[in-house]
Design a protein around this ligand. Structure first.
Ligand SMILES: [Zn+2]
Length: 596
């Protein structure tokens, strides 16, 4: 037999200690590990699917459980093993009284192999396993093989495992569990029935904590419990570990302030402190916050994850406003977060969110996680400080214009990219692009465009048109300052330079188009259609003295590098300008048009 593969059930946290220094018999997460399917919280769909499969005798030969830590993957795997091997089974209601059930609970069932993929990741480990699987179950119906952290297997180990998954012995059920789906080969994935475990909602966690606090006779306020639920970020195990910590420091009766003090020692609280320094442009404070996190013994990966989740919530609130169920938080907390989101601004938050999404996978491959965190924090301070596009747009508006940007047209933002899977140190680098438009140099304020006529068109009084628009929507009038107007054959062409495409987009908002069309009817009469277009390129700068092409290119590159906006972008994202395309002043700029 291969007894070395059978691991004792793992404890979910360090042994907690009561106020008197007497160790708890069991940590809460272990004492309250669900032993029947209905006790599993927050994974209803998976429970339903699995219990149906058991009832209908449609058990797959391989399952893959995927999800973040502490959401119930191993618990579910053991429940499934129990259900399959219960003396009264297979049943979706294992009795928890027969030898098989009790041994699974105790982690000693000889037909249930629980393997830690991290420490048994070699091909020889898998071969040993395969050899042992040739034997029939010792006593029970199935041999159930649970491989935790299966993504840690080496390539050759995966290949060996694949052979077994392709032709599994009839008495063997595999349950693979992982936190990192992207590291599982597609060939393995395709042979498993795949379940994704969700983070448990804060409301579910709160109810669970309430129940356990009641059973443990803990005197904790609802507010304390919601603090615990909040910092657990969807992980049942983390929530119960935090509760353990509260009890071990404060005893069974804790005031909110005490609970807060204990939880303050958890990463989530320090993440908020870090973000405060990042968004207030304080690199020294940001580094101190990281140092505090290190002194407290935070795991960098957990810290980075907490940071990512926080920035996600803030970005969502900045994008959709405070009235959303997309951010799991109490109403008061959501209001606080929304205020912070508004202060920082959506552009900056999305940039920070994106950087945090790249930090987490990069940390896994870094040999210097602390340095990587510091580097990212410093970059974040810079990224948070870039002038928001909306502010630039406001500055570009002609003086005296009282209108503001329409609330319904947030500036375009880069979408957060999916975290790269295995890019090693490369993943530490920032994104190659920034929010479009941020690098626009601020054009010198010019005079309003003169009224235009064309050979084929009638006179167009842009000033009158703008005034008519201003009465309806002042902001649109400001946007029109940047448009060239031409009235040709009953069509009003409004053309923006590419660097002003943001204004064109803003004018294209339905409400703005409507205001513009009303103004057109007033000034130009009925029957004029509107076309908004973008010029082929920006208006050329004054022609420089002739110079050799190579010299010109070098000068342009230097100029570009020294643009303040480009400089801060490069400081933040670490990119390099590899080429620059001078606008050709001689060519006749055509125009692309879109119809409105
Ligand atoms: Zn049983």
């Amino acid at each position: 037999m291969h007894g070395h593969l059978v691991l004792p059930p793992r404890f979910s946290g360090g042994p907690a200690v009561t106020g008197t220094g007497v160790p708890h018999f069991q940590v809460l997460a272990r004492r309250y590990r669900p032993q029947i399917f209905p006790d599993v919280i927050g994974q209803d769909t998976i429970v339903r699917t699995l219990t149906n499969a058991i009832t209908r005798d449609r058990i797959a030969h391989a399952y893959l459980f995927h999800g973040t830590r502490g959401v119930g993957k191993t618990t579910m795997a053991r429940l499934l093993a129990k259900a399959l091997n219960c003396a009264k089974g297979p049943t979706h209601e294992p009795c928890n009284a027969c030898d098989s059930c009790r041994e699974v609970t105790g982690g000693t069932a000889v037909d249930v192999l629980e393997i830690d993929g991290a420490s048994h990741n070699r091909v020889d480990d898998v071969r040993d396993l395969q050899e042992s699987l040739n034997y029939q179950p010792v006593r029970d119906r199935y041999r159930v093989v649970i491989i935790d952290e299966v993504h840690m297997l080496s390539r050759s180990a995966f290949n060996a495992l694949l052979k077994t998954l392709e032709e599994p012995p009839g008495h063997v059920i595999f349950i693979l569990a992982t936190t990192e789906l992207e590291k599982i080969p597609a060939t393995i994935l395709s042979r498993c029935q795949h379940f994704t475990f969700r983070r448990v909602s804060r409301a579910d966690l709160h109810r669970h904590l309430e129940k356990i606090a009641g059973l443990e006779k803990l005197k904790l306020s609802a507010n304390s419990l919601s603090m615990v639920a909040r910092q657990a970020a969807g992980s049942v195990r983390d929530a119960l570990s935090a509760l353990d910590q509260v009890v071990s420091f404060c005893g069974a009766e804790a005031a909110d302030a005490d609970v807060e003090a204990v939880l303050g020692s958890l990463p989530a609280a320090r993440v908020d402190e870090l973000l405060l320094h990042i968004t207030s442009g304080n690199p020294g404070g940001a580094l101190s916050a990281l140092r505090a996190s290190e002194d407290r013994g935070d795991d960098p990966a957990r810290f980075a994850e907490a940071l990512l989740l926080r920035l996600r919530d803030l970005s969502v609130l900045a994008a959709v406003g405070v009235d959303t169920d997309l951010v799991e938080a109490s109403a008061e907390e959501r209001k606080e977060l929304a205020a912070m989101a508004e202060q920082v601004g959506e552009d900056a938050l999305v940039r920070l969110f994106q950087m945090a999404s790249q930090l987490e996978p990069a940390l896994r491959h870094s040999r210097h996680p602390r340095l990587l965190m510091e580097l990212t924090a410093l970059k974040m301070v810079r990224a948070a400080d870039l002038t928001p596009l909306s502010e630039l747009a406001a500055r570009l508006m002609a003086p005296g214009v009282t209108g503001s940007l329409p609330a319904a047209s947030p500036p375009p933002s880069p979408r957060p990219q999916a975290p790269p899977a295995n890019t090693g140190a490369g993943a530490a680098r920032g994104p190659g692009t920034a929010a479009p438009g941020d690098s626009n140099p601020r054009p010198a304020p010019g005079p309003a465009n003169p009224s235009q006529t064309t050979a084929a068109g009638s006179a167009l009084d842009m000033d009158r048109l703008r005034a008519a628009v201003e009465n309806r929507r002042p902001a649109v009038a400001a946007f029109l300052e940047h448009a060239e107007g031409a009235l040709v054959d009953g069509v009003l062409h409004l053309t923006f330079q590419p660097r002003h495409s943001f204004f064109k987009k803003s004018v294209e908002m339905p409400a703005n188009v409507e205001a513009l069309q009303q103004a057109m009817r007033e000034v130009l009469g009925d029957g004029v259609t509107l076309r908004l277009g973008l010029a082929e390129r920006d208006l050329p700068a004054p022609t420089p003295a002739p110079e050799k092409e190579a010299d010109q290119r070098r000068r342009l590159l230097d100029d570009a590098r020294n643009q303040p906006a480009v400089r801060s972008l490069r400081n933040v994202f670490g990119g390099e300008i590899v080429n620059i395309q001078p606008a050709d002043p001689r060519s006749d700029a055509g125009s692309r048009e879109t119809e409105s």
